[in-house]
Design a protein around this ligand. Structure first.
Ligand code: GDP
Ligand code: GDP
Length: 436
């Protein structure tokens, strides 16, 4: 189910990234006394009391050389496009500025709910400073302090009032949802078109079923799929859509809604760092992953080329050792038919449950083969293991002391589990818990 999305907008230096970090709960982006400082993370899931949502710091979307006002305008547009609720942030210490009014004008024109927050109200005496901001026309301003963490509860409660009514999952649970992510020009759109044009693929509906995505529903050999559109693949046009941070944002949102993520690589260009970043998001989100090497038609090859390319991919994507690799061409459609069966397999494994007794046999055999680690004379004891969830398969291992579970031993257990069960295409997670 898609979570509601809050976007923070406002001119530079009002405290957007400070608030974002507060709400997300970790110091994940750099806050410095430099306006427009670059930030790594601009999108995250967050929890606040009973509210579960995603949040975007639009100030972190770097729009390159655009003039100042144009940048904040575009950031506001992004907020309108992406969010269910907008937090419009201003600086209580500076009063209303022309740039604030500019942002306000854009937000009026949208019909998205806007909650006005006046930041840097670090103590109760300063609360009177909020009254100026009524003139912006968004009703009662909420006094907050990002540095001191004040007022955020009330602000988020207000924002949550505007969350869309929780809808069930958009598609029935047997439908496999997948998305294609990758750098611009690797051939994502061409690949979607190739899939839609496949002989045995029945396109049942292409409709704007959700706010931000044009999902394509298709059936192939009796199985239903939804292709989740990334980065407005069929909707290119807006200026900011070419910016990298924005396409990453769109990719993250598509990943979140997917069961299986196809990481598309351009065979002609090989693998670059950005490909790894993108793939890393899919891994982090616990989605099943398939690596798709597109434009396979465009390279000269002999019988060794594929093996060599595969080796390179494995070296670059060590964290995706479980992901199958498919070589194909969206343009000539060569090997396109290998893709759907692979998606089925990855999806099936992503929601596979294993039997507890067999799992424990595997774990006990593993321990017999490679004794558990010790630390300061104490040995890790494993009592039993159980699978607690799927998508991705998640295991809890009950032990005497979780701190004794070394990363490398956990890796070893994962490998034993993978040898015993076929988890091709899906990450698996293992947690150690103290037996009570
Ligand atoms: P952004 O450009 O809107 O993302 O603003 P930042 O989060 O980078 O904050 C700009 C500056 O304001 C930084 O120096 C912050 O430490 C400071 N700041 C943020 N929130 C508060 C606050 O609640 N009170 C005070 N006094 N300073 C704040
Ligand atoms: P996207 O930005 O990832 O959606 O990439 P597009 O689908 O727009 O494709 C970018 C360019 O690569 C276009 O010129 C396509 O014609 C070309 N292209 C896509 N797939 C293939 C392929 O399999 N082989 C070759 N040779 N070119 C391709």
């Amino acid at each position: 189910m898609a979570k509601p999305v809050i976007a923070i907008v406002g001119r530079p230096n009002v405290g957007k990234s400070t608030i974002f970090n507060r709400i997300v709960g970790e110091r994940i982006s750099i806050v410095e006394d430099i306006p427009g400082v670059t930030r790594d993370r601009i999108y995250s899931s967050a929890e606040w009391l009973t509210h579960d949502f995603n949040i975007i710091d639009t100030g972190g979307i770097d729009l390159g050389d655009e003039p100042f006002l144009e940048q904040i305008r575009q950031q506001a547009e992004i907020a309108i496009d992406e969010a269910d609720v907008i937090i419009f942030l201003v600086n209580g210490r500076e009063g209303v500025t022309a740039a604030d009014e500019e942002v306000a004008k854009i937000l009026y024109r949208s019909n998205k709910p806007v909650v006005l927050a006046v930041n840097k109200i670090d103590n109760p005496e300063m609360r009177t400073m909020i009254y100026d901001f009524y003139t912006l026309g968004f009703g009662e301003p909420f006094p907050i302090s990002g540095s001191h963490g004040l007022g955020l509860g009330d602000l988020l409660d207000e924002a949550a009032k505007h969350f869309p009514a929780a809808k069930g999952d958009e598609y029935d649970k047997d439908t496999i949802k997948f998305s294609l992510i990758g750098r611009p020009n690797v051939g994502k759109s061409s690949l979607v078109n190739a899939i839609l044009g496949e002989d045995r693929v029945i396109v049942s509906d292409i409709a704007g079923t959700t706010r931000d995505a044009i999902d394509s529903q298709v059936t192939y050999e009796g199985q239903k799929y939804v292709i989740i559109d990334t980065a407005g693949m069929r909707k290119k046009g807006k200026v900011y859509e070419t910016t990298e941070k924005y396409s990453v944002l769109r990719a993250l949102r598509a990943i979140e809604r997917s069961d299986v993520v196809l990481v598309v690589i351009n065979a002609e260009e090989g693998i670059i760092e950005q490909d790894k970043h993108i793939a890393g998001y899919a891994e982090e989100a616990g989605r099943a992953v398939i690596i798709v090497v597109n434009k396979w038609d465009a390279i000269e090859k002999d019988e060794k080329t594929m093996k060599e390319f595969e080796k390179k991919i494995r070296a670059h994507f060590q964290f995706l050792s479980y992901a199958p690799i498919v070589f194909l061409s969206a343009i000539t459609k060569k090997r396109i038919h290998t893709l759907m069966p692979m998606i089925d397999l990855a999806s099936e494994n992503h929601s596979m449950r294993v039997q507890t007794n067999i799992l424990n046999e595997v774990i006990m055999d593993a321990i017999a083969m490679n004794p558990t680690p010790t630390d300061k004379g104490k040995r890790l004891k494993i009592y039993y293991a159980t699978q607690v969830s799927v998508k991705p398969p998640t295991f809890v291992v009950f032990v005497n002391e979780p701190e004794l579970m070394h990363f490398s031993y956990e890796r070893f257990l994962e490998n034993r589990i993978r040898d015993a069960f076929d988890f091709t295409g899906t990450p698996i997670k293992i947690f150690s818990r103290q037996r009570k």
